[in-house]
Each structure stands twice: as C-alpha cells, then as structure tokens.
Ligand binder design. Structure first.
Ligand code: ATP
Ligand code: MG
Length: 580
C-alpha cells in the first residue's frame, strides 16, 4: 500500500529526501549545543582555577552561535522542504485519483458512492498529506534525536543516565496504554465521517425534495445523531489522549528531580560530576522525553491516516473494465446496429440477467422506437451500444464491427446518447454545448439547437446563448434542460443518436417537431427513441417492445397493432387516457 501511494511522490522526490537530511543536520546541532555549553561552563567560566578563561569563552561562544545559526537554518529548510514535499505529494495523489476516476466505467462508478469519492479526494488526501509531512520531519528526527541524546548522556555521565532507564519505560508503558485505548476509537470515527458526509451530501443535493416532503426535521435529527456520535467518540479519544501531557510532565519533572538530586550529590559529595555536565544532562533529559512524546504523536497520526490511505488505494486500485483495444479501429462505417445473442447482468456472476438473448438488426438511418414498462431494461439495452457497459454474452455490432474493436472515443463520438438521468454543468449554454464538440462555431450550435427545438427559448433568455446555467441546470425548466441535452448530443453529428426518455418533459407538439426535424434534417442518422408515450414512437420505422429484459415484439406500428398484445394494450390505454 505504501509503495502504491509513494508512486505519487514523483517530482517531489528530491525535496522529500532533502527534508530528513536537514532534520538530521538540525539534530546534530541540537546535540552538540549542550555539549558546547558544558565545555564553556566547565573550562571557560569555571576554568583557570575558577577565575575564568576569557579566550576560551569567546571561542566556545562563537562556536555556539555558529551551531545555533546552523540549527536554525536546518530547521527552517527542513520545514520548508517538508511542507513542499507533502503538498506536492497530495497534489499528485489527488490528480492520480481524479484521473483514475475519469477512466471509470459505469460499473466502476456503481461501486463507489459519490459522497465517498468526494471524501476520498479531499479529507482522506489531506490526512495522508499531514502524515507524510510528519513522517518526513519528525519520524526521522525523533528517533535519531532520542538515540543521540541517550548516547551523549551516557558519554557525559553513565551513572546518572541510569535515571533515564527508569523514566523511559514508565513513559513508554503509559503511552502504549493510551494508544491502545484510542486507536479503535479513531478508526470508528473515520467510518462515521463517511456517513456524515453522505448525510450532508445527500441532503444538500436533494434539498428541494427534502423541502417538498417537509422532511427537514427528520433530516436534522439524522444529522444530529451522526454528528453527536462523532462528538462523543472524539471527546472520549481526546480525554484519553489528554493523559499524555500529565504523564509526560510527571516523567520529565520526576526525571529532573532525580537528576538534580543524584547529580548534586555526585558534585558535592564525591566531585565526580561538574556543574556544566549536570546542565547538559538536564537538557538531554528534556530532549529525550520530548522526542518520546513526538514519537507517540506520530504513532497517533499514522494510525489515523492508515484508514485514509487504504481508502485512497481502493480508488487507485480500481481497474476500469472498459478500455480501447490495441490497434483499435477509428472508423465507424455507418449507423447500422446489430445485437447478436446479447445477454447482460449488472453484477458479474450473479446470474441475474437484466437482458437475455437479444437478437435485433437495425439498418443505418432507421428510426427505432423502444417501448416497455419501467424496469423492462430499455435503458440497459441502449447503454450497451456506446459501450457504457460491456455485454456479458453475445456481441453488439455497430457499422458491421463489434463495438469492442473500436477506439472508445471514436465509438462514443459516433454514438451520441442522451442519458435518462442527464445533467448540465455550471457554465453558459455555449460551454455546455461545446461538450459535444470542442471549439464549435456559433452556427453549428444554433443549428443543433434548432434541430432540438431549443433555439426558440434560448433566444428568449436575456443573455441568449451566453445564459449561465447553474449546477445541474437548476435554473432552466425540465423540458428546456432535456432539449439542451439533446442539442449537446447533436453537436457531435453522430451516426447513431439515442434518446433515453429524453422528451418526457417536453410537450407533445414540440416533441413531434423534434421528430419531424430529425426526419427531415438528419435522415442518415440512426435514431433510437425510448419513450413512455406511444405517440413519441408511433411514426418510427420500427418499434421494439421490451418486457422483462426480453424483446417481445419488433415491427411497424401497424404490424404491432395486429400482432402485439402488449403494444395494443398500451396504445388503447393511452388513447383512452387522452380522449377522457
Ligand atoms: N446500475 C445498476 N446496477 C444494478 N442494477 C441496475 C442498474 N441499473 C438498472 N438496474 C436494474 O436493471 C433493470 C432494468 O433497468 P432499466 O433502467 O434498464 O429499466 P428501464 O426500462 O430503463 O426503466 P425506466 O422506464 O424506468 O427507465 C431494473 O431491474 C434495474 O433495477
Ligand atoms: Mg430507463
């Protein structure tokens, strides 16, 4: 997992490696400084039989200043490179994840919820970034400092250093107990964060529905519950973590007291220790305990970020099951479509087939209506043509070739699909239309919009084609949004155009105008029109009737009226409905 994540360090490898180097420099300086201090006091101030040695003091003082400056510089440089490395790492990580998500097929997307992808891209990356910075700086610094300080302390006075052998285990055991209690709580908290994000995201994006159903109180309660859970867990964890400080202080001051007491005895009684040495011992004691504390913090940090790292890796590991083949074909000959013994299941190996044994042949330029009850797999059927999903069995041919032989981009440019759950993006109408064709001219846009019967209402907007569309097209009506989506698909000048229930919110007259325009102006484009209204498909060349994932009938309106009982029933009920 670590290896996978570290792949995103890339151009920030140098700064990543420089950081520990600077940190080591800082450590060396910090270890030397107490030593110089001791020498300055013992040989300088107390030297020359107690009268002091000015020359020595100046040299040592100068050395001290140099060391301090070097230490400052190393510390500053380390902090800077560390921050740069961590930021860069996070940027690359986000980019890698985002690019990976762009490659996701529909079935990959089915696996992750939007909320969890958003959390993974934001919070989780930030947490890993913080941990990375910590590791670069402190995880290198703390252990080295610890070992150095211990060695130096033993070198100064081994006898006195035994104090550490008492203090360190006490602190160590205490910290371990704290970690053991806190770790599971943190793991739980981060799972709860996901739920919180989900609740918030769902509520905010579905705000209008929440209001329409007067579910505000219920939603508030849901939010209160989950955010209360997080509060409780966190305050418990923090309460336990709060013991860190008193424990640390207890060991630090206890150690100091022991040092001072034993040290003073050594100085006064048998004279085996100097005042300077005692001073430096005190500094080392502080450093040792400080660094133990740092190590414990890193430990917390790393355990906290482990969950995040796993979640990031899940995204990076997700292989898109759809890709262009090697030596793919870049030319779609015409708009003919053929389904050969096609079966499809959403979850591989579930045996739960959404489509089974589909065999149909559609000639280039034909208009095909598709009709069937909800859940009869109409959307599923058409999604297989631009390879939004791959068939489970059989094959689909477009322009006489298996869709899996085409370059994906070529195929999807030739097969334009207006999805049932469609969205517009925030930006002007022009921006949205250019999704269909980059750098399209105004004439091309107007032409597509005229075809989709959208030109009229767009011109009525004060800003015309420069009208700003809010996120998800919330400032245009349902029918306007649908027509804009159709126009966007038409921008591609596709060989096959698929409308999945794309005129359901458009009035019948405009709907008829759209079909008329299609017939007259893009006669060579194969058109597949899924609709609930019989009137939308009646005039098609052929009509496909789906039921329970199977093709039950396929023919012209007249033929189906004679042969298909389902079709006749739907026709009669809708005709009656409109007459009443
Ligand atoms: N992403 C998915 N993952 C799993 N099952 C799905 C998915 N999408 C659709 N299904 C299932 O496949 C079946 C066919 O759904 P489909 O959306 O194709 O129906 P439809 O005919 O388009 O219905 P509607 O008229 O309501 O749009 C349904 O039982 C549905 O539950
Ligand atoms: Mg559908």
């Amino acid at each position: 997992m670590i290896k996978k994540l570290l792949r995103s360090v890339r151009e920030f490898k140098t700064v990543s490696l420089l950081t520990p180097v600077f940190m080591i420099g800082e450590v060396i300086m910090e270890v030397i400084i107490p030593l110089l201090m001791a020498m300055l006091v013992d040989n300088g101030i107390n030297g020359n039989n107690g009268t002091g040695d000015m020359n020595y003091i100046l040299i040592m003082g100068g050395a001290l200043v140099v060391c301090c400056v070097l230490s400052l510089f190393a510390g500053f440089a380390g902090a800077k490179t560390g921050a740069k490395a961590a930021m860069g790492f996070a940027r690359n990580l986000r980019k890698d994840m985002f690019y990976r998500i762009q490659n996701f097929s529909f079935s990959n997307i089915d696996k992750f919820s939007t909320a969890s992808l958003v959390t993974r891209l934001t919070t989780d990356v930030t947490r890993v970034q913080d941990a990375y910075q910590m590791i670069l700086r402190i995880a290198v610094r703390a252990p080295i400092m610890l070992v150095f300080s211990l060695i130096m302390a033993f070198m100064v006075n081994a006898q006195l250093s035994l104090v550490f052998l008492v203090a360190i285990p006490i602190l160590g055991i205490g910290l371990l107990l704290i970690m053991k209690t806190v770790h599971p709580v943190f793991e739980r908290v981060f799972k709860r964060y996901d739920t919180l994000n989900n609740v918030v995201q769902e509520n905010v994006s579905g705000m209008r529905v929440v209001k329409a159903f007067v579910r505000e109180d219920f939603e508030k309660q849901k939010f209160r519950k989950i955010s209360g859970d997080i509060y409780n867990d966190f305050s418990f964890a923090e309460k336990v973590l709060a013991f860190n400080n008193p424990l640390m202080l207890f060991c630090a001051y206890g150690g100091m007291l022991l040092l001072a007491w034993i040290g003073a005895n050594l100085i006064v009684i048998d004279g085996s220790l100097t005042t300077g040495e005692l001073m430096s011992m005190t500094t080392y004691a502080m450093q040792i305990l400080m660094n133990l504390m740092m190590l414990s913090m890193i430990f917390v940090m790393v355990t906290m970020s482990r969950a995040s790292a796993e979640r990031i890796c899940e995204v990076l590991d997700e292989e898109s099951d759809l890709s262009s083949p090697d030596n793919a074909s870049n030319d779609v000959k015409d708009g003919s479509i053929e389904f050969r013994n096609v079966s499809f299941e959403y979850k591989k190996g579930s045996g739960n087939y959404a489509l089974s044994d589909i065999n149909i042949k559609i000639n280039s330029g034909e208009t095909i209506g598709i009709i069937g009850g909800t859940g009869s797999s109409k959307s599923t059927l058409v999604q297989l043509i631009p390879r939004l999903y791959d068939v489970s069995k059989g094959s689909i041919l477009v322009g006489g070739r298996d869709v899996r032989e085409y370059d994906l981009e070529t195929l999807r440019d030739s097969v334009a699909m207006v999805l049932q759950k469609n969205t517009l993006f925030s930006g002007t109408i022009k921006d949205n239309l250019q999704w269909g064709k980059l750098n399209a001219t105004d004439e091309e846009m107007i032409e597509a919009c005229k075809l989709a019967q959208a030109d009229g209402f767009i011109r009525e907007f004060p800003d015309g084609y420069d009208t700003y569309i809010e996120q998800d097209g919330s400032n245009v009506s349902g029918g306007q949004k649908q027509r804009l989506c159709i126009a966007r698909a038409l921008m591609k000048k596709p060989k096959i155009l698929i409308l999945d229930d794309s005129t359901s919110a458009v009035d019948t007259a405009t709907d008829a105008n759209i079909r008329k325009a299609f017939r007259e102006q893009i006669p060579d484009t194969t058109k597949l029109i899924i609709a609930q209204r019989i009137s939308s498909v009646m005039d098609s060349d052929k009509i496909l009737v789906l039921d329970g994932g199977k093709v039950v009938d396929f023919g012209t309106h007249e033929e189906l009226m004679n042969t298909s009982s389902i079709y006749r029933e739907v026709y009669e009920s809708q005709k009656k409905g409109s007459e009443e």
